[in-house]
Design a protein around this ligand. Structure first.
Ligand SMILES: [Zn+2]
Length: 647
């Protein structure tokens, strides 16, 4: 059998018609394949448990293809008509997923073979596929009365629409803040040059990260920072209040209809954390562990702010980012603008490939192929002689593009069918990068590697990042550590005069980063608490959303809010639902994983190889807790994280 091949896409300038036809083959046609396979599964009864599962696997494969293309292209395609088509396709995908999950006939085919499954000797993986399928069916409500199933179907359809509307409202928010030229004082010169003064004598600042983050970090004018932060944290408001209230309500209705004590209980059942109540406990455990250092961080910040504004009593978000930056300069002698000169985008991208290539024994070969945009850089990935899959890096901002940083799937890797293809979608400047951006790039690349390395699966269900959702971030957070190591950075962090980033500067950057980790942990727990509590007790209207959000901010974060509605653009409420805690949960595990590496030699091949084989390459073949234990030689614990937080 020859190796299955990567996809062939139209050129970025091929036009709407060509792209539309291609997207149809990746979505509508795949969904037709699903329907055909389902019809045949019912008419031409399968012969035994393994035949059912093989056919179920092909159904899942076609479904995942349609879902991946729909999700990616609505976020990245430069042509509005194609984005629209992808959005429509995603609705069709979701509706078909719902129909299948409520299809009693298929469920019965998988269920009645229970005794036979045992006797037919399914291997562990096949048995796991079968158990997951049955669990998913039950969680979907397949065994409920017909009128309940009808209501579930309607709820699912509406939830998909609302999720899309929420994200569209954020993505299409075109708010700009107009500032007087002198309000740009403190910003890097290349940033100022890229923001010319308009006819009205003012400078327009967009809500894209490369505009907002430097403004909050560097602008010395507080009024300017307040304006930018306020506009940023009011994106999609008030439009998303009603969307959110309805979405939270429907999730509540669905979960209680299925017999759960609210959405968090339903959602947590398939996570490492297992129960809804455990989410609340985990948030409080982390908050407590971070309390002392967070209070210390806040007091230091307020003291510093008082040197500029003696009457200040509280810390707010328009000051926190900026004064953290000031303290990095003054206390740790780290000047982010000085640091930037070592991180030119092109060198960082190549450095990332060199570092991860060396660490995991991978080769990245650039491929000159057509994609959706000329910014996209594509590479074939291989491990020794073995070809693994393909990656696409779409790393710069443009109008109407997804404006966070994330990894998307283009295809799941399934043996004999298709190699894995993954996409990084980020919004980095084309020139110099902040070190934070470098860390983000390593982080997102960790997801991409997981997708590609885990893409050698017999079962579509286990391809790539097919693990519990509260483990998903751990491999990415682990890879961030490499972006903080001088010997790693020295390979590519070189300025235009050929000077390598100094060892002592990296040491000071690490100290500076460590400084605010308590404060940051508390901010993360504020986000986690919003995500959990909004779902545990859905607020009734926009005012209630704001009241809950403010109360949680006071309880968990150390910051005093400005007049903003952060929740209206908190996109993770759509995707992560009640599970934003997963970032911190994964971080606890990531710190434990990192404890197995030799800090004096992050490229030591044995441990990296073991990590690649026992965790990344496994995809979803085992429970995450078991994968971690296979790698560490013991169950994961809280100690490494607690030590890090206290240090
Ligand atoms: Zn991530």
């Amino acid at each position: 059998m020859t190796d299955p091949e990567a996809l062939t896409m139209p050129a970025s300038d091929a036009g709407t018609e060509a792209w539309s036809a291609w997207l149809t083959t990746r979505t509508t046609d795949q969904l037709r394949t699903v329907r055909d396979l389902v019809t045949r599964l019912k008419s031409d009864r399968p012969r035994g448990a393994s035949d059912v599962l093989d056919r179920w696997n092909r159904i899942n494969l076609a479904l995942s293809n349609a879902a991946a293309a729909a999700s990616l292209f609505q976020q990245v395609h430069p042509d509005a008509a194609i984005r629209e088509q992808a959005e429509q396709a995603q609705i069709e995908v979701s509706n078909l997923v719902t129909d299948l999950s409520l299809d009693r006939e298929i469920y019965d085919l998988i269920v009645v073979d229970d005794a036979e499954a045992r006797s037919s000797g399914l291997d562990d993986e096949a048995e796991r596929v079968r158990n997951f399928a049955l669990r998913d069916f039950r969680r979907a409500g397949v065994d409920r009365e017909p009128e309940i199933r009808d209501r579930i179907r309607a709820i699912n359809e509406r939830m998909t629409e609302l999720g899309q509307e929420f994200e569209r409202n954020v993505r299409d928010d075109t708010t700009t803040v107009r500032l007087r030229p002198e309000q740009l004082d403190g910003l890097p010169q290349d940033w100022v040059d890229a923001h010319p003064v308009g006819d009205d004598g003012l400078v327009a600042v967009s809500m894209d990260y490369p505009d907002v983050i430097p403004m909050l970090q560097f602008a010395t004018d507080r009024e300017a920072r307040v304006a930018v932060h306020t506009a940023f944290a009011n994106r999609a408001w008030p439009a998303n209040d009603a969307v959110l209230v309805e979405l939270l309500d429907l999730r509540q209705e669905l979960s209680t209809m299925l017999g759960y004590d609210g959405w968090p209980a339903y959602d947590a059942e398939v996570k490492m954390i297992e129960t809804g109540a455990a989410i609340g406990s985990f948030i409080d455990k982390i908050s407590k562990a971070a309390e002392a250092s967070a209070l210390r961080d806040r007091d230091i910040l307020i003291d510093r702010i008082r040197r500029d504004r003696p009457d200040v009593e509280v810390l707010d978000p328009a000051d926190s980012t900026h004064y953290l930056e000031v303290l990095r300069r003054e206390r740790h002698d780290v000047d982010a603008q000085d640091v930037r000169r070592y991180f030119s985008f092109e060198r960082v991208r190549q450095g990332l490939l060199d570092v991860t290539g060396r660490l995991f024994g991978l080769t990245y070969t650039p491929v000159d192929i057509p994609t959706w945009h000329e910014d996209v850089a594509s590479y074939d990935v291989s491990l020794g002689e073995r070809s693994l899959g393909r990656i696409h890096l779409d790393l710069h901002p443009r109008a109407n593009k997804y404006n966070h940083a994330a990894q998307f799937t283009l295809t799941d890797g399934v043996l004999g069918h298709q190699p894995p293809e993954g996409v990084l979608v980020c919004n980095f400047s084309r020139g110099l990068m902040e070190h934070d951006d470098v860390v983000t790039l390593f982080h997102e690349f960790g997801h991409l590697l997981h997708h590609v390395l885990g893409g050698d699966q017999q079962w579509a269900r286990f391809a790539g990042v097919a693990t519990e959702w509260d483990f998903v971030e751990a491999p990415s957070q682990l890879l961030e550590e490499w972006a903080w190591d001088h010997r790693v950075l020295a390979g590519f962090a070189v300025d235009d005069d050929g000077r390598t980033i100094p060892d002592d500067l990296v040491a000071r950057m690490r100290d500076a980063d460590d400084f605010a980790k308590g404060l940051q942990a508390r901010t993360q727990m504020f986000y986690a608490a919003i995500s959990y509590r909004f779902h545990q007790e859905p607020p009734a209207d926009g005012d209630a959303l704001l009241a809950v959000s403010r109360a949680l901010q006071a309880e968990y974060s150390m910051l005093t809010p400005l007049d903003t509605h952060f929740h209206a653009a908190f996109g993770h409420l759509v995707g992560y639902t009640s599970g934003y805690y997963t970032y911190m949960w994964s971080l606890v595990i990531a710190k434990d994983l990192f404890s197995a590496f030799d800090r004096d030699d992050l490229f030591a091949p044995e441990v990296a190889g073991r990590y690649r084989e026992r965790i990344l390459e496994q995809g979803g073949r085992k429970d995450a807790a078991d994968l971690v234990e296979d790698f560490l030689g013991r169950p994961f614990g809280f100690d490494s994280f607690a030590d890090w937080l206290a240090s």
